[in-house]
Structures are given as C-alpha cells and as structure tokens.
Write a protein that binds this ligand. Structure first.
Ligand code: NAD
Length: 296
C-alpha cells in the first residue's frame, strides 16, 4: 500500500493526520493555501512529538526521523504529484471540497486513492466531481488524531471493495481501528453525536438545567469522558452547526434543525475553544474549566 501520502489542509485535523503518517514511516507532503498555517502545523506537530517524548512513548531519534518525513507545500501541483494516497482535510465546505477534488483528480497520479476527512459531506457527491469514483473514499479521523483510535471508513456509492480493503489495512498499519460504514448524511459518528449535542443545547435553551448540570449528568451518568456542551466547544460550534444542517437537509427531518441558541452563538462568533468562548470560557494559560458569564 501507499508509502507516499499527501495531506491537503494543515489545520486541526491535517496536522494530526500528517503526524500519525510520518510517525509510521510514510513520506508526507502537507499542502495548505496558507503559509502561516503550514508553519503553525509544523510547530504543532513538533510540540505533540515532544509530548510523546515526555510520556516515554517515542524517542528523540524517532521524533527527528518522523519530522524529516514531512515536507510542507503551499502549492498543490508539487504537493500531490507523487502521491499514492491523498487525504483531504481542508475546511468543511461542500463547494470548496468539490473544487479541490476536481483539482486533485487532475494533478495526482491516476492510480492514487483520494480520501476525504469530511465530517459530513457526501462522499458520493465528492467522488462525482472526479473521474475516478471507485477510488474515492471517506477516511474520517477523530480529533486529536494522534490520540484517538477510531477511523470511520466511509464507502461512497461507487467506492470499490479493493479500495475499502486497502484503506482498512492502512488504518490498521497506523495503529488505528477502522469501522466501515456507508455514505448517508452524518455517516455514523455525527448522525448519532450531533443530535445528542443539539439536544443538550436545546435543554440549556429551554432552561431545563445549566451548563455544568447538563455536562455532569452525561459525564457521571453515562460515563462520557466529556459532557456534550464541552465537547461541542471542543469540536467548534460552527462545525456542529454545519453538520446539523447537512443532517437536516439530507434527511428533510425537522428533528435535526440546529437549536436557535446554537444559531445565535455561531452568529455572534462564540465558537468554543477556537474563539475563546462558547458554553465555557477559555483563557490562555488557564486550565480550569469555567462556565461562560452568559450562562452563569
Ligand atoms: P481547520 O479550519 O482547522 O483547517 C482547515 C485548513 O484547510 C486550513 O488550514 C485552511 O487554510 C486549509 N484550506 C482551506 N482551503 C484550502 C485549499 N483550497 N487547499 C489547501 N488547504 C486549504 O479545519 P479542521 O477542523 O482541521 O477540519 C478539516 C476537515 O476535517 C473538515 O472537513 C472537518 O469536517 C473534518 N473533521 C474535523 C474534526 C474536528 O474535530 N475539527 C473532526 C473530524 C473531521
């Protein structure tokens, strides 16, 4: 299977995906339209390798080898020309992904598999933008990628069995546990997770309970490591909002309509961890979890 991998998009997920492949001996070309984002990604990967060294899971030597496996490219042409596998992890926007896949299809070697890390956009729709529908597949890593074991492998309508087999094998090679699912809105992970998060937000909106109470019930009562409101902040409220809209549009069922409170928070730019405020308040250097003033 592939030894040369291109990762498109060097944000939260892209840098984690590059990290895991590089650590497992793959040559990784990391592509982003933003030079600043590429620099940030390399700094982040380095910091995360240092964390692994501190925990004793890798050595300084392994970090050096892994970092040497990654090359950053601001240019797609150079970034995908030798790829055996391309994994797209750019911004969650259907129009952007369709354009990107058209471009990747025309630039990557004909035999390359094209995977997307999309959380919710139809694999079948993305594949239809290319001339190789059988070789397009979903490879949905979880955040943070170096830590989380699951890869949700999503078959598009035309994905061949051989391509699925290769991606399942590859995921195992990375030390991950693949689960194969079919291409319907939200796949499995977000079809189940997002309605739960939305219901938690609606419970807050209707005054059934406060932020801490809702999260505590789900943590202590259901043994979830993180409550749904904290998890929503971590994922990004804008991301939750766009996935709920994919479910709502895809199934035409009002049960998926984003809660008005979520809509308001996204409109106000309160996006969770990435903006510094969501259901909780995030200040640099402060590790204590504090409910946002708005909900106290
Ligand atoms: P992000 O905003 O952190 O990063 C996206 C990156 O894509 C940015 O660096 C941006 O500069 C880059 N980009 C935009 N247009 C590009 C282009 N034309 N070419 C190359 N790079 C481009 O987003 P993210 O959270 O890393 O999400 C990436 C993908 O992973 C999305 O599809 C998202 O749904 C999915 N995902 C996210 C999570 C999560 O928890 N954040 C979890 C699983 C899957």
């Amino acid at each position: 299977m592939a030894q040369s991998v291109s990762v498109i998009g060097a944000g939260t997920m892209g840098n984690g995906i590059a990290h895991v492949f590089a650590q497992n001996g793959f040559k990784v070309s990391m592509v982003d339209v933003s030079l600043a984002q590429l620099d940030k990604a390399i700094a982040n990967i380095t910091k995360n390798f240092d964390r692994q060294i501190a925990k004793g899971t890798i050595t300084e030597e392994q970090k050096k080898t892994a970092l040497a496996n990654i090359t950053a490219y601001p240019d797609m042409v150079e970034g995908v020309k030798n790829a055996e596998l391309v994994i797209e992890a750019a911004t969650e926007n259907a129009g952007l992904k369709l354009e990107l896949f058209k471009q990747i299809d025309s630039l990557a070697p004909k035999e390359a598999i094209l995977a997307t890390n999309t959380s919710s956009i139809s694999i079948t729709k993305i594949a239809a933008a290319t001339g190789r529908q059988g070789k397009v597949i979903g490879m949905h890593f979880m955040n943070p990628v170096p830590v989380m074991k699951l890869v949700e492998v999503i078959n598009g309508y035309g994905t061949t069995k051989e391509v699925t087999r290769q991606i399942v094998e590859l995921s195992k090679q990375l030390g991950k546990i693949p689960c194969v699912v079919n291409d319907y809105p939200g796949f499995i992970a977000n079809r189940i997770l997002m309605p739960m998060i939305n219901e938690a937000i609606c419970s807050l909106y209707e005054g059934v309970a406060g932020v801490e109470e809702i999260d505590t019930v789900m943590k202590l009562g259901m043994a979830h490591p993180m409550g749904p409101l904290q998890l929503a902040d971590f994922i990004g409220l804008d991301v939750c909002y766009s996935i709920l809209n994919v479910l709502y549009d895809g199934f035409g069922n009002p049960k998926y309509a984003p809660c008005p409170l979520l809509v308001n928070m996204v409109t106000a730019g309160k996006l969770g961890v990435k903006s510094g405020e969501g259901f909780y308040q995030y200040e640099a250097g402060n590790k204590e979890l504090r409910v946002s003033a708005r909900f106290q």
